[in-house]
Design a protein around this ligand. Sequence first.
Ligand SMILES: [Zn+2]
Length: 147
Amino acid sequence: MSLVWFSLRLLLQSSERWGGKGSSSGKCFSFAVVDLDKNEEYPLNFVCMLPLQLSLDRKGGSAFVKAFGDQSFAVAKQLLLESLDRETNAEVKTEIERRLKLLEPKPDFEKRCLICGKIFQAKPKHGFKQRYCPECVTKKFGNRKYS
Ligand SMILES: [Zn+2]
């Protein structure tokens, strides 16, 4: 599979904002994906926002997932790692590291499908190790019941 997006000059543009009213809110960061081939100036080069969590499965997902499809995970990770290298602001670095962690599957509940690479919710009550997402299970084994 060729990674088309490597030819793009994509960068993350971080911006700080303060959360809404209330004691639980604080400073938050948002990351915009910009394309330097489009324009050198922000926001003319704006592509989409980097969502906090990627869910490739959901229909009508974020603009990011719509833009990068199956490569969303790889693009997001690459952009975050590059930003981490470049970033000098400690707070932004912490936020980037937090987001990188969010991209990793949670060991107990989320598994990465061995066939398609999507993250899916594992259901421990089934009593066996799930290695394939429900869609691939259906493709591979048909509609036979597993429970
Ligand atoms: Zn799968």
